[in-house]
Design a protein around this ligand. Structure first.
Ligand code: PEP
Ligand code: MN
Length: 349
């Protein structure tokens, strides 16, 4: 990682550094932060001659080689203090709750908008709404491009950032052009490396964050962090990691709850962790406990399916959406657990 003396490299300085790293078969990736930019060297960054030539440039302050496969996502990388700003919030400075429908019903836009207002009132900091859905059966409702408009209407009415899942480049392009704030990579695509690269490239410097779900089959944590590294290496480090339960399932739950991996992730990466208790337990009545457990484990927030009238919902809403009134109590309880968790006795453990 190259750290310039000034907050960022000028165009001439950037091309001088790029020319050097390319001579050594590496690529330079600018990581634009809020206060300063740093430059990752992707490839074998420890070549002594290359490092010395870069250090010899009078506008370079430091060259830190990261001794980790995760040059960008590692807890010891230069991005360790990187902050993700969404709406009026910095993720991690208070519990970040994303809530809303699993799926937007394009035939009933008002219901989504009303739920969006209700989850805001309940304390959500961002709104989720599935425009496109990965469905087990090809005959089930697959989503609708037209729902992007409904999602963006909820954004303009509530003033909150919005989140939706994209599964391919067509959806990605529509979502980016519409101005969606958080792109969700679903469990089924968490290992779709070409999609991860496209997302990183297309969201670079656009202040769009990525919520990367853990795939159902992901075992080693490094596989999860490596998936995030793909997005960061392609240009966008605004990534939140989202445990959402794995397989095989726990009898009675939809998946095997995995909020307990939060502290393990946090030892390895600086990325915020936003847990999804709804897909993990899969039943509305278990969601609040799982969400509180996630916060107790140190998660930076949760993503919750919440719907004013779950029985009128489509997708997962009838089984695992909680009503905004339940969400409101949950947000209060989350704040209480957050306060306990952040007391020095816990924070310093
Ligand atoms: C969802 O968030 O509605 C969803 C489909 O999640 P996952 O990718 O975790 O199954
Ligand atoms: Mn869902």
């Amino acid at each position: 990682m190259i750290i310039p003396k000034e907050p960022k490299l000028s165009v001439e300085q950037l091309s001088a550094v790029t020319a050097i790293v390319e001579e050594y078969d590496c690529k330079l990736q600018a990581i634009v932060g809020h206060h300063r930019s740093v430059y990752a060297v992707l490839g074998e960054e420890r070549k002594t001659v290359m490092v010395n030539r870069i250090l010899g440039l009078d506008f370079i302050d430091r060259f830190d080689a990261v001794d980790s496969p995760f040059k960008l996502m590692d807890i010891n990388s230069e991005l360790a203090h990187h902050k993700i700003v969404l709406g009026n919030n910095i993720v991690g400075e208070g519990p970040f709750v994303i809530a809303g429908h699993c799926t937007i019903d394009p035939k009933n836009p008002n219901l989504f908008i009303e739920s969006a207002h209700a989850v805001k009132e309940a304390g959500a900091k961002a709104i989720r709404g599935g425009v496109w859905k990965p469905r087990t059966m090809p005959y089930s409702f697959q989503g609708d491009d037209a729902s992007v408009k409904i999602l963006m209407e909820a954004r303009s009415q509530t003033g909150l950032p919005v989140d939706t899942e994209v599964m391919d480049e067509h959806q990605l392009r529509i979502a980016v052009e519409a101005g969606v704030d958080i792109l969700q990579v679903g469990a089924r695509n968490a290992l779709n490396y070409s999609l991860l690269k496209s997302i990183g490239q297309m969201t670079q410097n656009k202040k769009i964050a990525v919520l990367l779900k853990r795939s159902m089959g992901m075992g080693p944590l490094n596989e999860f962090i490596a998936a995030a590294e793909y997005i960061a290496a392609a240009g966008n480090p605004d990534i939140m990691l989202c445990p959402r339960g794995t397989n095989p399932t726990m009898d009675g739950y939809r998946n095997y709850p995995d909020e307990s991996i939060t502290p393990l992730l946090k030892e390895k990466t600086w990325a915020p962790v936003i847990v999804d208790p709804c897909h993990s337990v899969g039943r509305a009545k278990y969601v609040p406990s799982a969400a509180l457990a996630a916060i107790a484990y140190g998660a930076d927030g949760v993503i919750i399916e919440s719907h004013l009238d779950p029985q009128r919902g489509i997708g997962d809403d009838p089984k695992q959406s909680i009503k905004p009134a339940v969400l409101k109590q949950l947000v209060t309880d989350i704040e209480a657990i957050w306060a306990i968790k952040n007391r020095t006795v816990f924070a310093g453990n």
